[in-house]
Design a binder for this molecule. Sequence first.
Ligand SMILES: [Zn+2]
Length: 397
Amino acid sequence: MELSSDDVLQGGGQGTMNVGLLERHFHIKLPNAIDLPHPDLTALVALVTTKPWITSTLVVDRAVSKEFARLVFKLFRINISPVSETLEPRAPGSVPVLSYSGGVDSVAASQVLPSGIPHVHFKRIDHDKIRDRAPHVMTEAIADVVSETGKRGYEVHIVETDLEHICHPYPTLPHWFAITVGVLLMADELDAGAIALGGTLETFYMDMGRKWTGEGGKGLEPLSEIVGLPFIRPMLGITEIGTMQIASASNLGDIARSCVLGTRAKPCGVCVKCVRKILTSAAISDSKKVPSELMLLRQEDPGIKALETELPLYMQAQLEYSLSRIKELPKPLEKLYTRLGEPEQAQTTWMERYYLSAINRSVPAPWRESVLTNILKYLPLMDDEHLKDAVSWDRTK
Ligand SMILES: [Zn+2]
């Protein structure tokens, strides 16, 4: 990328975060040669990989459709050029393509989407000019999950990129949607008609488990729609609890991994992500035995320390669900259970059920029925009582 005189080296990224720019060169390497994608697709890739540093203008190498340019201006006040007078926006293809991370949410999404769909993975690789500032991040461990996914018969495409290295702090994306650059660039090649993402109910209907907030905004969805890739988010009506239940039933359940710490072979077992995963698995497991990794947790573990902050906690609903269902807890979690007011199981039963209102909002019509049928194989629907408990959830008071 070339910057123009009014661009900045530090700009708004995800949430309120500022993202710095360290280097203007980065690579996105596709697994195989493809024909040039629709110009709106490559322009969208350009936009989401450079967004924090653009002030007003983005010039791309091929003319985009008028509709795309109009929408970019409406959403971001960015003038994109050149614009073609004749180019039609990209028409959607016929299959959903999953942006696949190898984590629990992704595996669960894969399980309820039509079988045989492509899984495209964004793989972080080294940058040739910038040293790795986080060598403890186990990129290889995630790569192993993804390659095992392929060996187990799923269609997997790995797109390699050093994009995150040009951002400061590292690892950071310039925009959360940059995680999908592989899907965007391969969309024509894969006949993509929707982009599947793993986000759960807590990210859209809740303030991350603290409070029910109702339907979230449209965000970037219109832009994805105009390149023929409406969002399909099967987990949107499902909490982390239900998501874990579906992932456990998947052929990939045993390898799903979100923790990027620890070793290549084993997650760290003590970070926030691991602690929540250990708790949820223990709570939904049929086994009478308390898992050893749960009992090994200590007060000084980072994932436990993170739970010492002021209430309500991040993902408090999930914690109340798990803590009220696990028969035996290690000391620090016993203390937390008391601090949360010894929650009862009945208050969180809704979390293991499907929130039906989400289906129209989260799954485009062509796939709605099949996704719903698949979800209901694993989870029952919330009834009126559950709905009341869910929408009145508020731990901020
Ligand atoms: Zn971990």
